[in-house]
Design a protein around this ligand. Structure first.
Ligand code: FES
Length: 110
């Protein structure tokens, strides 16, 4: 499975999100405390970047800034309307202080 070292954990503030582009994928990396979550960056309701939304750290969710849909960062499932379809989730870990993303599916399956 391809792994992608991205950046140092210290480069992303807790409670914030950052968008990265890996091949043809746009992925939102979200830090909550010392944990990092990775979900598809495009809201399933419309073409909007979830990384520009609001991190709900207590509930481990991110809120789309446009219409307020909440997405579970662990499952990618929408927890509120108007979004009804999930976004993908990706394996991400912190290795020696570096955020490392693992993508286990072909990049050209869109
Ligand atoms: S674009 Fe995200 S909830 Fe509508």
């Amino acid at each position: 499975m391809p792994t992608h070292p991205l950046f140092a954990l210290d480069e992303i503030e807790a409670g914030t999100a950052r968008k990265v582009v890996i091949g043809d994928r746009e992925i939102a990396l979200v830090r909550i405390d010392d944990d990092v979550y990775a979900i598809g960056d495009t809201c399933s309701h419309d073409d909007v970047s979830l990384a520009e939304g609001f991190v709900e750290a207590d509930d481990c969710m991110i809120e789309c800034f446009r219409h307020g849909a909440l997405f579970n960062l662990k499952t990618g499932e929408p927890e509120s309307l108007p979004a009804v379809r999930p976004v993908p989730v990706y394996d991400v870990s912190v290795v020696d202080g570096q955020v490392v993303l693992t993508i286990d599916e072909p990049e050209d399956d869109a």
